[in-house]
Design a protein around this ligand. Structure first.
Ligand SMILES: *Cc1c(COP(=O)(O)O)cnc(C)c1O
Length: 384
């Protein structure tokens, strides 16, 4: 039996045609599609500047570079996130400082952030976990008060809103991923949105080795000359990927709606179930439902989350765990030597969370099957 995955891309004929058109054109990389994508995204998000790069991780790294994060600087990140959120701080030789999350939503806790701000703090990175926007009112206020920058890791929340405002306009810099499990895909890819032209310019240079002009600009200027003015990377997104992303963007809103419907179906089927409880949600944010996360209640079931996960996978339900608190990874244990107990709410949640399948092509029947298997799992657990 094939597994129902926790997330999956959706490609249609228009997507395929868009890619084929680029393959038949003169430009495979850094051609006209890059600018087209950046303009289309800027319009969608309502963001003045968008910089396309080749992964969400590159987007976060560009954001850290734009802010000038370096040795001695501290950047506050939530404990419960993908490792890349914190890794990019280390790539810049800064220090990630881990904040705990709120028990209900698992979003970064502004009060814990406030406790962790020091004279060395340069930025806060808010992660819109599962697709729910963080408390940007509280975070914005903290950032203003302490004259530090606010970065949104919105890899889960493209298409979402907070208090009526689109994700992409809520922070100084907002980072997105276009990995295949994310809201839309370019195979691999990332984007950074900002209202700050200085940040945008720094990121455009950083994604191209720190060179001041790209090849097309040089060619149209009739010059071979270029200057490398700082150390950068090759973080360019190519035209093939941009064409796919442009075609996918047209479907984004309908896919977010579909995810919201699927989440509602899960909610209705799980109401009053004490063994599997969905995360708390705030009506102030419009959820993008990259993930549908439940907490597996060990006390109700008698078996832990890991046993439940294995059993569900053996039954064809591709459940997953997002995430191990970053500082508990072996590399972080060795490098930063942060003891367990640092972020108790994130650590407790880690033992209970389970991401159920959710993606645009999923059917109501699939939701029924998943919830049916959750019930079966509970019955199995009682006898295990
Ligand atoms: C996916 C993801 C990233 C990294 O994106 P890539 O495109 O895989 O490099 C960073 N942060 C979060 C929260 C993510 O989910």
């Amino acid at each position: 039996m094939s597994q129902l995955p926790y997330g999956k891309h959706l490609i249609d004929e228009a997507d395929i045609q868009a890619v084929v058109d680029v393959l038949r054109s003169d430009w495979l990389t850094t051609g006209p599609k890059v600018g087209e994508l950046e303009t289309a995204f800027g319009e969608y998000l309502g963001a003045p500047h968008v910089v396309a790069v080749n992964s969400g991780t590159a987007a976060l790294h560009c954001a850290m570079h734009a802010l000038g994060i370096g040795p001695g600087d501290e950047v506050i990140v939530p404990a419960l996130t993908f490792a890349a959120t914190a890794n990019v701080v280390l790539h810049q030789r800064g220090t990630p400082v881990f904040s705990d999350v709120l028990a209900g939503t698992l979003l970064i806790d502004p009060e814990d952030v406030a406790r962790k701000i020091t004279a060395k703090t340069r930025a806060i990175v808010a992660v819109d976990y599962a697709g729910a926007a963080c408390d940007y009112h509280a975070l914005r206020e903290l950032a203003t008060q302490h004259r530090i920058c606010l970065v949104a890791d919105a890899c889960h929340s493209l298409g979402g809103r907070f208090d009526g405002e689109r994700v992409g306009t809520l922070a100084d810099l907002t980072c997105f991923s276009m990995h295949p499990v994310k809201p839309i895909t370019s195979g691999e890819g990332g984007l950074v949105a900002t209202a700050n032209p200085f940040f945008a310019q720094r990121m455009r240079s950083f994604r191209n080795h720190g060179i001041d002009l790209d090849f097309r600009q040089r060619q149209s200027g009739g010059s071979w000359k270029y200057s490398m003015t700082e150390l950068g990377f090759n973080y360019r997104l190519n035209d093939i990927q941009c064409a796919l992303a442009l075609s996918q963007l047209k479907k984004l809103d309908s896919w977010i709606e579909r995810r919201q419907q699927l989440a509602k179906s899960y909610d209705e089927r799980l109401v009053d179930q004490r063994f599997a409880t969905p995360l708390t949600r705030r009506s102030i944010s419009e959820h993008a439902f990259h993930l549908y996360v439940i907490r597996w209640q060990y006390q109700q079931c008698g078996v832990g989350r890991d046993a439940a996960l294995s059993w569900l996978r053996s039954q064809g339900i591709g459940v997953n765990v997002h995430y191990l608190p970053v500082y508990l990874h072996p590399f972080y244990q060795k490098r930063l030597k942060l003891a367990a107990g640092l972020c108790p709410i994130a650590e407790q949640a880690y033992g209970e969370i389970l991401s159920l399948p959710i993606f645009p092509a999923m059917t109501e029947q699939n939701v029924d099957d998943v919830v049916g298997k959750l019930h079966e799992c509970q019955r199995w657990a009682k006898h295990a």
